[in-house]
Design a protein around this ligand. Structure first.
Ligand SMILES: [Zn+2]
Length: 164
C-alpha cells in the first residue's frame, strides 16, 4: 500500500472520536515499515493492548477503523481462520475484533466484528512461500492470488462498518 504519514493515519478514521484518535500510538517501527509488502496497515496499540487499528485503501484514500480486541484470548483460537488472509497454515492467534459502526449507527452502540490475526500479520502470511503441489503447480500464482484476496477482503469489512 501507499506510505502514510502520522497525520494521514489520524485523519483516516471513520468510527473513532477525536479523543480516541489523538490518544492513538503508532506501531513500533513505524518509520521502517515495508509499505510495499503491506496490503493493509494493522496494529495493536503499544500502550493500549485492547485497541487495534486497521487502515485500508478504499476508493483512492486511506480509511481507518478503530477495533476492540477481546478482553482475554480464548483457548483454541488457532483453529479459527482469519477472515482477511484466510491462512490455513498460520500458527498465529486469531481474535474476534469488534468495530463500532461509522456515524450515528455506531453512536447508537452498533458494532460489527471480524476474525483477524491477533497481531495483524496477514500480509506476511500471504507472502509465505508455498510448495508446488499437483493441484497448484505454480506457487507464484498462488501467492499472487492470496495477495489479491487480502487486498479485497478488508474492503468488504469496511463496507460493513460503513453500513453499506
Ligand atoms: Zn490474517
Amino acid at each position: 500500500m501507499e506510505q502514510l504519514t502520522d497525520a494521514a493515519i489520524r485523519k483516516s478514521f471513520i468510527n473513532a472520536t477525536r479523543s480516541e484518535v489523538s490518544a492513538l500510538n503508532l506501531p513500533a517501527g513505524f518509520a521502517g515499515l515495508d509499505w510495499d509488502n503491506l496490503d493493509y496497515l494493522g496494529w495493536r496499540d503499544p500502550k493500549m493492548p485492547q485497541r487495534g487499528y486497521l487502515i485500508t485503501p478504499l476508493e483512492g484514500r486511506a480509511v481507518g477503523v478503530l477495533l476492540r480486541a477481546p478482553e482475554t484470548s480464548t483457548p483454541g483460537n488457532k483453529r479459527v481462520l482469519c477472515a482477511l488472509c484466510q491462512d490455513v497454515h498460520s500458527e498465529e492467534d486469531v481474535y474476534l475484533y469488534v468495530a463500532r459502526r461509522a456515524g450515528q449507527s455506531g453512536r447508537d452502540g452498533n458494532t460489527v466484528g471480524t476474525l483477524i490475526c491477533a497481531d495483524f500479520v496477514c500480509s506476511a502470511n500471504v507472502r509465505q512461500e508455498v510448495p508446488a503441489t499437483p493441484i497448484h503447480p505454480d506457487p507464484a500464482a498462488v501467492t499472487a492470488e492470496r495477495i489479491a484476496g487480502l487486498r479485497q477482503r478488508p474492503t468488504q469489512f469496511l463496507h460493513r462498518v460503513l453500513g453499506r
